[in-house]
Design a protein around this ligand. Structure first.
Ligand SMILES: [Fe+2]
Ligand SMILES: [Fe+2]
Length: 174
């Protein structure tokens, strides 16, 4: 092994297979963030009605945060000697965040956001476990991102609670 080669951690030659595994997980995380940016842009513009304003403002803010996450994942891919994938490799998965039939259907949007955040939380927990004791930098980065996603989900769970409490009383006619 040459003097220029890392002998410890994720960049050590002996950990090449593990590094490939982490790169694959990072690419998936990158696509999840990119798709979330698309979905949150649409869902921060489409909703109609007075009750939608809080959700619109919240999602507008999240668009920037999720874009920031996508950039962090992209940079980490490069640092681990991977290549950020091109758009032709993208496959959409967020069936639950498509525009609802009626643009006043805010509950549909809230539930979709909770599902997206839950998916991210699950995948990021897997990355944190996979990198444990091996790739502290990726682990540290993903822990910070995980906190953002947990905060996003908690916020939208609160919105859902409020909507469910108000129930049919003030729900717009479908
Ligand atoms: Fe994110
Ligand atoms: Fe999020």
């Amino acid at each position: 092994m040459s003097a220029n080669t890392a002998t410890a951690g994720i960049l050590a030659e002996t950990n090449n297979a593990k590094r490939e595994e982490v790169l694959e997980m990072l690419a998936k995380a990158y696509w999840m963030e990119v798709e979330t940016v698309m979905s949150y842009i649409a869902n921060s513009v489409n909703p109609d009605g007075v009750r939608a304003q809080e959700i619109i403002e919240s999602l507008e803010q999240d668009v920037s945060e999720e874009l920031g996450h996508a950039k962090q994942f992209a940079n980490r891919i490069k640092e681990l000697y991977g290549v950020v994938p091109g758009s032709m490799r993208f496959t959409a998965e967020q069936t639950y965040l498509q525009p609802p039939e009626h643009q006043t259907d805010i509950v549909h949007v809230i539930k979709g956001v909770i599902q997206a955040e839950t998916g991210a939380i699950e995948h990021y927990n897997r990355i944190i476990e996979t990198t444990d004791g091996l790739d502290w930098v990726t682990q540290d980065m993903v822990i910070a991102i995980l906190r953002d996603e947990e905060r996003h989900r908690r916020l939208f769970e609160g919105y859902l609670r409020e909507y469910e409490a108000e129930g049919a009383r003030s729900a717009p006619a479908a």
